[in-house]
Ligand binder design. Sequence first.
Ligand code: PLP
Length: 359
Amino acid sequence: MKHNFNAGPCVLPREAVEAAIEAIRDFDNTGIGILEISHRTPGWERVMAETRQLWRELLNIPENYEILFLGGGASTQFFHVPANLLNKKAAYLQTGVWAKKAAKEAKFYGEVEVVASSEDKTYSYIPKDYVIPTDADYFHITTNNTIYGTEIRYDMDCPIDLVADMSSDIMSRPVDVSKYALIYGGAQKNVGPAGVTFVIIRRDLLGKLDRKLQTMVDYKTHAAEEDKNISMFNTPPVFPIFVMYETLKWVKNLGGLEAMNKINVEKADLLYNEIDRNSMFVGTAAKEDRSIMNVCFVMAPGHEDKEKAFMEFAKERGMVGIKGHRSVGGFRASIYNACPVESVKALVQCMQDFEAANK
Ligand SMILES: *Cc1c(COP(=O)(O)O)cnc(C)c1O
């Protein structure tokens, strides 16, 4: 039995994987597999519409927001966002390398003000002391810092349009979408496999600037037509969207985001409690900013020499993907929505056994 703690792409709900396997054989009783259908077949248009509907339902997305499913990953949104929204100046909160990369792309389109950064301490905390400039076109945040295990787990009040990269905590908790102008992310951490990118955008922002944009870069191109719930300007990533559809059905069946949040908090508590209790390990993120999605820890002072030994020990017990990002070192357990509580319990047991064996 493997326990998959990969940071992304990562574990998916078993039900979604099984449905995907079946759909490859035969999609929607058409006698043709999903990899081989036209994206204009009615069965597929229904899946597209239902997937959008699931997003709307689960996140309670208001009517004046549009949901887009694009290619290119979150990294492409790093420049799509400023291309569409940055007129003169944008503000960025630098809470990790993803945030830094997002700000870098914005500089192609105008002035970028980094209001605060936690780079001084390897992004182990979320800066609190900063002023959001009211003359900026938008304020950009990264709600979950996948590499460092810090998270902004609330919907902040922002005097200007708030833009959030939610790649690694989308659908992990209920979100007040109305507080954001735009939310984007790659699907491959919490809502599906790699290959599809979600963008939730307030409609008045479509075509906001006078800037001439390439057709594919312009959000307007991808917005649904008034009377239809689907938009497919070009071929969408059919298979990743299908797996996302099945993943969201799984979330809905569990009871939606309130229930998901409860399970996620329980899982994170189990692991953080063990890190804080266990004499061999220490957490790397500031306690008040700890992520419930990515749990980062290192060997405690005096035990640094046992890092390799624990990695081996954990591997023998089926733990996969717990090596920390090279910039932080140590270990990172990504415990996204689909990571079963059994896997978290197995990792906790493994840490306890390692402590007992090394005392
Ligand atoms: C993984 C990740 C990205 C990069 O996503 P891609 O889809 O690979 O471009 C950006 N931001 C955050 C917060 C991430 O976790």
